[in-house]
Write a protein that binds this ligand. Structure first.
Ligand code: NAD
Length: 417
């Protein structure tokens, strides 16, 4: 089947096989790592505003709890499938292990089009779904977070529904909550900030200077906009930006804060003064020092990988590079900071939020940034060392490190009974 597109789950399983081979893992442990511990599918009925009842499919997949409670976001999207959620849950396991935070991996989703649901319908959907997964979530069991098309408000509804059943407020059941509901300082920009800490480490290794380094960013959402803003503050030259409608290019440099104001007014980065409009394909092929895909998966494929002209690829998005493209980039000598390392700042600050909630504490933004930097720099170093030890690229090194840490926990815990 030469033209069959490989699924996210097939990719995730191949990654475990490769890591298991490098680590010389016992086949039974490899088998355990390739399967989620629990997958729950629920039929979620809600009454629509027009009086009709509609039933939506809800999923929660818990992949591994060998290193701590399950952790992972919940997405609302028409393309949600059990296969995709399972792959995403596996990646969460490795990401938490690479970041060295005491969590396992999970993911959830509801197959729906949130753009077609009113705020009241979204609240009823969220609360009913929460009720149906109530027995498998909890502060020491499984701690959900926001993902695609879910946000701090969604987390507030989950927290309230869970708390209503408990009879007291349980903020530590979810992370990514609003700041006034015991959310953490620095959570909104945490993924982007963590990404920039990794870029800083990588440039030191590559002998590159951040000052005047040219940067192209695909996606101008929470990750892309914050990454552009922070790198601009650090003296980088942002030369290309894009969103789902298209991109802009100016070799003299673009001010991301002004583009953000322009996007708020016009709903796109396009047509920003002094810039040339470009397509998303052109953005990815822009000659630059640092390329940051921060939009969707499967953006760099075997078709365009040969045309990528950057020194450093820092993956803000999950899965933006296909495995075939990754090989091509490695052969071209492009240094990659793979997604499970590069965007782990988000789950790291989620972990900080959970710790603050458990201790009924509130840390300052400075404290969160300092702790995040410490975790990211260490994670980068661990992956870099693994790259040398296994004589591989940064992506395989990250998976090998993550899979190895989880396998070590499984071995030491032993099998009961
Ligand atoms: P977001 O919804 O805030 O922003 C996404 C941006 O991408 C928007 O500007 C959108 O217009 C743009 N976009 C969508 N489709 C596009 C396309 N085909 N081409 C170019 N641009 C496109 O999302 P986000 O939170 O910034 O997440 C971006 C990526 O980062 C996702 O892959 C997400 O899974 C990953 N991620 C996010 C976090 C986080 O904390 N937000 C953490 C880890 C990983």
């Amino acid at each position: 089947m030469p033209n069959k597109k490989i699924s996210a789950l097939e990719v995730a399983i191949q990654q475990v096989d490769l890591a298991a081979e490098m680590l010389n893992l016992e086949s039974g442990i490899c088998e355990m790592l390739k399967k989620p511990t629990k997958s729950l599918i629920v039929a979620v009925p809600i009454r629509r505003d027009n009086g009709e009842i509609n039933v939506f499919t809800g999923i929660r997949v818990q992949h591994s709890k060998a290193r701590g409670p399950y952790k992972g976001g919940i997405r609302y999207h028409p393309d949600v499938t059990l296969e995709e959620v399972t792959a995403l849950a596996m990646w969460m396991t490795w990401k938490c292990a690479v970041a060295d935070i005491p969590y396992g991996g999970a993911k959830g989703g509801i197959k729906c089009n949130p753009k077609e649901l009113s705020i009241g319908e979204l609240e009823r959907l969220t609360r009913r779904y929460t009720t149906m997964i109530l027995n498998i979530i909890g502060p020491y069991q499984d701690v959900p977070a926001p993902d695609v098309y879910t946000d701090a408000q969604t987390m507030a509804w989950i927290m309230d529904t869970y708390s209503q059943f408990k009879g007291y407020l349980v903020p530590e059941v979810v992370t990514g909550k609003p700041l006034h509901l015991q959310g953490s300082e620095g959570r909104e920009a945490a993924t982007a900030r963590g990404l920039t800490y990794c870029i800083d480490e990588a440039t030191k290794h590559l002998g590159m200077k951040l000052r005047n380094a040219t940067v192209a960013v695909q996606g101008f959402g929470k990750v892309g906009w914050n990454a552009a803003r922070i790198l601009d503050d650090q003296g980088c030259k942002i030369i290309a930006l894009s969103d789902s409608k298209g991109g802009i290019y100016n070799p003299k440099g673009i001010n991301p804060t002004k583009v953000n104001e322009h996007k708020k007014k016009t709903d796109s980065v396009m047509d920003y003064k002094g810039c040339k409009n470009i397509t998303n394909e052109e953005l990815l092929e822009t000659e630059c020092d640092i390329l940051i895909p921060a939009a969707m998966e499967n953006q760099i494929t075997k078709e365009n990988a040969g045309n990528i002209k950057t020194h450093l690829l820092a993956e803000g998005a999950n899965g933006p590079t296909t495995p075939e493209a990754s090989k091509i980039l490695a052969e071209k000598g492009i240094f990659m900071i793979p997604d499970i390392l590069a965007n782990s700042g988000g789950v790291t600050v989620s972990y900080f939020e959970w710790v603050q909630n458990l201790h009924r504490e509130h840390w300052t933004k400075e404290e969160v940034h300092r702790k995040l930097k410490y975790k990211m720099v260490n994670a980068f170093k661990d992956v870099f060392d693994a790259m040398k030890e296994y004589e591989t690229d940064m992506r395989n090194a990250a998976f090998t490190l993550g899979v190895g840490r989880v396998a070590d926990s499984i071995k030491s815990l032993g099998l009961w009974p």
